[in-house]
Design a protein around this ligand. Structure first.
Ligand SMILES: *Cc1c(COP(=O)(O)O)cnc(C)c1O
Length: 432
C-alpha cells in the first residue's frame, strides 16, 4: 500500500495528508486511494493478458459507487450476489453484461431482474436453482447463461468463516456430481451452459491450494467444455493480501514487503496458473474482491480517552465494530498507526471502541506508540469488507468514504445524518 506512507512525520494518502481530512470531515471515516485501486486492478489484468479474460470485481468487498466507477472505467466486470448489487452496478455506470451472479439463494425476482439486464452468467450453487432459473427464463422467453460452481473439496488454509471449497460448506456442487448435473441441465430448454466456476475461499495467501484446486478441476472442465461448447472457466477470487506491516512496502506494492515472502502475487498467479488455464482454450474469468480494494483503503479514527488500569492500557477511539467488524467477526488483524509518527517506547495497548460489547476492539495487548486524547490513528488495509459490513448498531451513523486522487479528495459518501437512521421507522398507529 505504497500510496499510504509517511511524508516526514505525517501519514499521507497519495498527495493528501490524512490529518487534514480528519479536520475537514471529522472522524471516523474511510479513505480510498484511486491510484492503488487502479494499480491493483491493472496488475491482475496484466497477469491474465496472455488469455482472453475478464476480471469481475467481487463488489461485496467494497461497493461504493466511486470505487466501482474507477474499476468500471478500467474495463472491470462485477461479481454480484444480490439484485441490489446489480442495481448498484448500473448506478455506478458498470455493464451488467460483464457481470456474474453468485450466491446460494437467488430468488425468482433476482433471477428475472438479472436476465432482463443481460447478466453474463449465473454461477449456480445447486440443482434446484438450475430448475428455477430454467423456469424463469422460460417465462421471459430467454435462455439463461449458467456456470455450475464446482466445490472441489479442497481446504483453503484460511479462517474457518471464509473457507468455502470443502464439503463442510454450503457452497457449490460436489465435484463428483458435476458431470451428471451438466447432463441433466443440458436437457432444459431455457438453460445455456456457458461455463464452469469455482471459488475455494477468501484471503488465500499461498498459491498451493489454488493450484491444487485448479489441477483437480481442469480435466473436468475440459471434458464439459468439449461436450457442451462452453465459453469460460472461472477459478474464482479469494487472492489474499498482506495485513501485517502493510506500510513497510517497497517502492511499488505491498506484496514486495518482507512480510509478503511466498505470498500469492499476480506474478506468481500467472506463473503457476496460466500453464494450467491456457490449454483449456477458454475465456478465463476471475472474481477478486479483497485483492483489489483491501490495501487501497484505511479507516481513520480519533483517540477519545486513554484509560490505564492495573493490567491494561485501553486506547478508546471513536470508531467501533459497527464501522469495521472484521476483528470481532474473523479475529482479523489490522495494523494500527498514528497519523503523526511518534518516537519513544511502545506500550502494550488494547484499542477499543465505544460500543457496549466486549467484542468491540481492534486489537489486544499490542505494542503501540504512546498516544493521547485527540491523536488520530489509522487502521490499515481496511478497504475490503470494511464499510460494506457497517451497521447502525448503537444508533451510530454510517461514516464517510473519501476518495483521493493525487492531491484531490472528495466525499464519495457523506456522513449519515442521525435522523436518517430511523427514517424508515414509525411509531405505529395504536401507540399514538
Ligand atoms: C466473496 C467472494 C469472492 C471474493 O472474495 P475475495 O476474497 O474478496 O477475493 C469471489 N467469489 C465469490 C463466489 C465470493 O463469494
Amino acid at each position: 500500500m505504497h500510496d499510504f506512507r509517511y511524508v516526514g512525520k505525517h501519514l499521507f494518502c497519495e498527495g493528501v495528508e490524512l490529518a487534514a481530512l480528519a479536520e475537514k470531515f471529522g472522524t471516523p471515516f474511510y479513505v480510498y486511494s484511486q491510484n492503488t485501486l487502479t494499480d491493483h486492478f491493472q496488475k491482475l489484468d496484466q497477469a491474465l493478458a496472455p488469455l482472453d479474460h475478464l476480471v469481475c470485481f467481487a463488489m461485496k468487498a467494497n461497493s461504493n459507487l466511486s470505487v466501482m466507477r474507477v474499476l468500471a472505467n478500467l474495463g472491470s466486470g462485477f461479481d454480484v450476489v444480490s439484485s441490489g448489487e446489480l442495481q448498484r452496478v448500473i448506478a455506478a455506470g458498470g455493464d451488467p453484461r460483464k457481470c456474474v451472479f453468485a450466491g446460494v439463494a437467488k430468488t425468482e425476482a433476482e433471477i428475472e431482474f438479472a436476465l432482463r439486464k443481460g447478466i453474463y452468467s449465473f454461477n449456480v450453487e445447486s440443482e434446484p436453482e438450475i430448475v428455477r432459473i430454467n423456469r424463469v427464463a422460460g417465462r421471459l422467453k430467454k435462455r439463461a447463461p449458467i456456470a455450475v460452481r464446482v466445490n472441489p473439496n479442497i481446504a483453503a488454509d484460511t479462517h474457518a468463516k471464509i473457507t468455502t471449497g470443502t464439503y463442510e460448506n454450503k457452497f457449490g456442487i460436489q465435484f463428483e456430481q458435476v458431470e451428471a448435473v451438466y447432463a441433466r441441465a443440458s436437457k432444459l430448454p431455457n438453460i445455456w451452459l456457458r461455463g464452469v466456476q469455482m471459488h475455494i475461499g477468501s484471503q488465500l495467501t499461498h498459491v498451493e491450494p489454488y493450484e491444487q484446486a485448479v489441477t483437480k478441476v481442469t480435466p473436468l472442465v475440459q471434458k464439459l467444455a468439449a461436450k457442451y461448447k462452453l465459453e469460460f472457466f472461472s477459478p474464482g477470487g479469494g487472492l489474499g493480501i498482506v495485513y501485517k506491516t502493510a506500510l513497510d512496502s517497497g517502492p511499488r506494492q505491498w506484496w514486495s514487503s518482507p512480510s509478503a515472502k511466498g505470498i500469492l502475487t499476480p506474478a506468481l498467479y500467472a506463473e503457476k496458473l496460466l500453464p494450467l488455464l491456457q490449454p483449456l482454450g477458454l475465456r478465463i474469468l476471475i472474481e477478486p474482491g479483497r485483492f483489489i480494494v483491501g490495501n487501497a483503503g484505511v479507516l481513520v479514527t480519533r483517540v477519545e480517552y486513554v484509560k490505564r488500569t492495573g493490567q491494561k492500557n485501553f486506547v478508546i477511539v471513536d470508531a467501533a465494530m459497527n464501522d469495521l467488524i472484521r476483528p470481532a467477526f474473523y479475529d482479523a488483524f489490522h495494523e494500527i498507526v498514528p497519523l503523526a509518527k511518534k518516537g519513544g517506547a511502545r506500550i502494550s495497548s488494547d484499542v477499543v471502541g465505544p460500543i457496549c460489547e466486549s467484542g468491540d476492539y481492534f486489537c489486544k495487548d499490542r505494542p503501540l506508540p504512546r498516544v493521547g486524547e485527540g491523536d488520530y490513528l489509522a487502521l490499515l488495509s481496511a478497504g475490503a469488507y470494511g464499510f460494506v459490513m457497517a451497521s447502525n448498531y448503537n444508533t451510530r451513523p454510517l461514516i464517510p468514504e473519501i476518495l483521493v486522487r493525487g492531491t484531490q479528495f472528495a466525499a464519495a459518501r457523506e456522513r449519515q445524518k442521525v435522523a436518517d437512521i430511523w427514517s424508515g421507522e414509525k411509531v405505529v398507529a395504536w401507540l399514538k
